[in-house]
Ligand binder design. Sequence first.
Ligand code: PLP
Length: 466
Amino acid sequence: MKYVSTRGSAPALDFEGATLAGLASDGGLYVPEAWPQFSADEIAAMRGLPYAELATRVMLPFVEGSLTEDELRGLCQHAYGKFAHAAVTPLKQFDEQHWLLELFHGPTLAFKDVALQLLGLLFETFLSRSSDHLTIVGATSGDTGSAAINAVAGRDRIDIFMLHPDGRISDVQRRQMTTVLAPNVHNIAIDGSFDDAQASVKRMFNDPEMTGRFHIGAVNSINWARLMAQVVYYFAAALQLGAPERKVAFAVPTGNFGDVFAGYVAAQMGLPVEQLIVATNVNDILHRALSEGDYSTGTVTPTAAPSMDIQVSSNFERLLFDCAGRDGEALAEQMRGFEESKAMRLTNAQREGAAHLFASARADADDTARAMRWAYEQCGEIIDPHTAIGLHAARQAGIAADVPVVTLATAHPAKFRDAVERATGVRPALPARVGDLFSREERYATLGGDYASIATYVAEHAIEAG
Ligand SMILES: *Cc1c(COP(=O)(O)O)cnc(C)c1O
C-alpha cells in the first residue's frame, strides 16, 4: 500500500515511511492511495472474532509491504492484550435504539490508548530495522500525553518529550504522565498555556538546528497509523449489531476529527454506515463547516470536555481531500488561504461529498449535563462529559427507529469526575488499574515558556539520529 499527501507534492511513501514521517513534507497529511474493499461475505466472516484477530483482518491491507500478517497479528495481540476488558471495546445498551461503545478500557482511561498502544509497537518495530532513534516531541492538554507516554515508556530507540501547561491540567491527567519514571520519558511543565506549548513544538519541527541532529516524530492524530487502528472498533460494533445486513449510525465526540474520520474510512471499505454524527461542544467550527460550509476559527472557550476544546481540526483536511475528487493542488491552495486568514468556505463539491455520510450537532454546557443525567437516571450509566456530547447529538439526530445508533464513549468518567459529580451527584471511582496513582512518585522538569529553554532541554536529553 502506498500513501499520498493531501497536498499533492510530497513523495508517496509505504506504510512504514508514513508512520515514521507523521506530517508529509509538503505540509499535507498522508492517506492511502486507494481504499481497500471488503465484500459483504468477507465482513460477515469477521463475526465473533477476538478483537486482536479482527484488528489484524481490518488493518492488513493498509500495512501491506511493511508488515507480514503474522507480524501484524503479534503486535495486535500484544497491544490489545493489555486492555482491562476481554472484549477490548465492549458495547453496552442504553435503550431500544441507543448503544454505547466503551473505548476507555486501556491503561490511561481514554480512547487514545486504542491507537497509541499499537503505534508504540509499530515505532519500535520499524526503528529496529533501520537502527534509527526517534525523538517524539508533543504538547498535551491532557489525554494524548498520558496515552503516548504509556505507549512508549521503556521502549528501545525512542525518547518522548511531553510538554504540558503548568497548573492547567487535572491532577489525574498530570500524574498519569509524571509518575511514569522510565528513563526515556521526559515530562516538561511549562510556564504558559497549551497554545504556547504547541507553538514551541511546531517551531521545533521546523528548526533545522534540531531536525538536523534528531529524528523528530509525531504522536498526534496527523499520524495515519493512529486513524487506521481506530477503524477496527467501527467494524467491531457494527458486527455486533447486525452488519453487514443492517446499517448502523455512529455519534462521535469530536475535536481533531481523527476518530470520526476512522468511521468514514470504515464506510469506504464497505461497512454499511447509515450516518456519522459529528458532535462538538461550543467550540463548534466543525458543526459550522458541515452545516453551513463555514470553516472559520474563533477563540477557544474552555468547557467540561477539554479534549474537544479545539479550533482547528487537522484531520478535516483528509475528508476535504477524499470527498471531492482528491485534487491535492487545489487543496494545497485552499489550505494556504486558510492558514493566512484563519477562515475558508467549503466548495460545493466538498459540501455535497461530506453530506452523503456526515451530520453534525453542537452541545452547550446544559445539553452536556442533561445527557449525563439522562444516561444515569434512565439507564444507570455514568458517562463522562465528552461522551455526553456524543449522546446528546445521537438523541437529536432523527435517525430512523430501526437503525441502531452507537455513541462512542471516549473517556472513562473517573477521568473527569468533578464534572460528572456536578451533573449527576455521583463521584466515579478510579478503576483499580490506576488506583495507586496518588501515592506514586512524580518526576518532571519545570521550564519557562520560551522556545530557547525548551530546545536546549530537549537537545541535552535526546539521543542523536543514527
Ligand atoms: C481526543 C479526544 C476526543 C477528540 O477526538 P478527535 O479524534 O481529536 O476528534 C474526544 N474525547 C476525548 C475524551 C478525547 O481524549
